[in-house]
Write a protein that binds this ligand. Structure first.
Ligand code: CU
Length: 477
């Protein structure tokens, strides 16, 4: 009898606890956004009048990493046409891409909760590219899927044929950084070809903190191979989508803002003592990002870009495919702060960038060594090694431009034996366990590990041959 009383009391308490907990949870989520969802969206209109002129138009659009302040107008007119064009993914890698607004990633839209997006898109995949370049990919159906919208996919996200234009409106209900992408089958191929971008939705009252700089970083993978029919773009081989790699989720490039090493060449500027707000979106299509900045800590992180989802003092933010976050941090002192995907296999494929307090290097193009631009090794294996070096290693190394994340490799054959280099290139991680020179080097480079590059024996041999070719050419001068 007594026992059952006690257990009833416990039960009541537990029940009370549950409902109290529930009410509390609600109370915590409600203040973030108390408005009523706006779900009315008229049917999409599809017509045959084409847009001409610019492929992207609208005051709310941002074409580069540095974000413009919010455009205050409550209705954002956004025009993003689809095109097929060649983009330079990495030095010497001319990729046949499909785009929104003629760039990869597509332009970022910046808006606010409560705004209406009036969207309009012509499928211009049938237009020849400017500059007389022949068409590299056949015209095809495309569509637009906005993660920021709450609308019927069958109506708004339908595919339109080349020459058609689709228009629709939607309201922004939640703050966040939302992906947009083409949703036409095979979706995987359309995304991997470059059809994506970000729609940033600010909270109705703006962000609760003040910052000095705002930048957008979009991470994505590329799966490419040289064109089987040997087509060329301005003398360089054309690269096309490698659908086998794509389905196996084995990218050969993982990049920030559409270009291998893009933000190592052109760091994002900041000053010591400033507060920086990064808007980071991982597009995938198939990989996660462990986003990290070397040298600082994320003071505040708002998962998915919504200040209600706040985390504090984070080192790394895990973003699945199509996840995003706003990360705010202080720049403690002068230096170059390295943005990486701390899943280092991804970083070594190009997911590296810099936020730097140093003045931008004038005229020094770190993609190229200090030899004459035309210098190409005569030996084809060495020429291949040069090209591999430029696409795989120049995120961290230069040839004669000084230290980057790793040492300047000009003259490396004079300070190391071929046997040492062969062991290093085969497995830096093994060397770092056993070799005293390697250990000293690691210390000199702030314990930043050179990731294992997975080079074959032949690749190791020809990389060393390339180092000798550089050093021999330098002594001839
Ligand atoms: Cu598409």
């Amino acid at each position: 009898m007594r026992l059952s009383h006690v257990s009833i009391a416990v039960l009541t308490c537990a029940l009370l606890g549950v409902s109290l907990g529930h009410a509390l949870a609600n109370a915590q989520t409600v203040p973030a956004d108390t408005h009523v969802l706006e779900l009315r969206s008229p049917p999409a209109i599809v017509g045959t009048a084409r847009h001409t002129g610019p492929f992207a138009q609208g005051d709310s659009l941002n074409l580069v990493a540095e974000l413009k302040p919010l455009d205050p107008s409550p209705v954002k007119r956004v025009q993003l046409d689809t095109t097929h064009k060649i983009i330079e993914l990495a030095p010497g890698v001319q990729f046949s891409a499909w785009t929104f607004g003629d760039q990869v990633p597509g332009p970022a839209i910046r808006a606010r909760v409560g705004d209406t997006i009036h969207f309009s898109m012509t499928n211009r995949s049938d237009e020849a590219m400017p500059g007389g370049l022949m068409m590299m990919a056949a015209p095809m159906m495309h569509s637009m899927d906005f993660h920021a919208a709450m609308v019927s996919p069958q109506d708004k996200y339908r595919s339109i044929a080349p020459g058609q234009t689709i228009e629709f409106d939607f309201k922004l209900n939640y703050p966040g950084i939302f992906m947009y992408h083409c949703g036409t089958p095979m979706i995987l191929e359309h995304i991997a070809s470059g059809m994506y971008g970000a729609l940033i939705v600010e909270p109705r009252e703006g962000y609760p903190t003040k910052v000095d700089r705002e930048y957008l970083v979009v991470q994505s993978e590329f799966y490419v191979k040289p064109d089987a029919t040997g087509r060329k773009v301005g003398g360089a081989p054309l690269y096309v989508l490698d659908t086998e790699r794509l389905r196996a989720a084995q990218p050969n490039y993982t990049v920030f803002n559409g270009a291998h090493n893009g933000m190592v060449k052109k760091p994002l500027p900041a000053k010591a003592g400033e507060r920086v707000r990064l808007f980071v979106l991982n597009v995938g299509p198939s990989k996660t990002s462990s986003f990290h900045v070397v040298g600082t800590i994320f003071d505040k992180v708002w998962l998915e870009g919504n200040p209600a989802n706040q985390m504090l003092g984070m080192q790394t933010v895990l973003l699945g495919s199509s996840n995003s976050a706003i990360m705010e941090m202080m720049i403690p002192e002068d230096g170059s702060y390295i943005m990486v995907d701390h899943h280092f296999a991804n970083a070594s494929q190009g997911a590296i960038g810099l936020i730097s307090t140093l003045p931008p290097k004038q005229s020094v193009d770190v993609e190229h060594n200090n030899m004459e631009a035309s210098a190409t090794p005569k030996d084809p294996t060495v020429a291949q090694a040069k090209q591999d070096f430029e696409s795989k290693c120049m995120a961290c190394h230069t040839m004669g431009q000084g230290k980057k994340l790793g040492p300047d490799l000009a003259g490396v054959t004079t300070r190391r034996t071929d046997a040492w280099l062969a062991r290093w290139l085969t497995s830096p991680s093994k060397m770092l366990k056993t070799d005293s020179q390697a250990k000293a080097l690691l210390k000199e480079f702030n314990n930043l590990l050179m990731p294992d590059q997975g080079l074959s024996k032949e690749e190791v041999a020809r990389t060393i041959a390339y180092f000798h070719w550089i050093d021999a050419a330098a002594t001839k001068k």
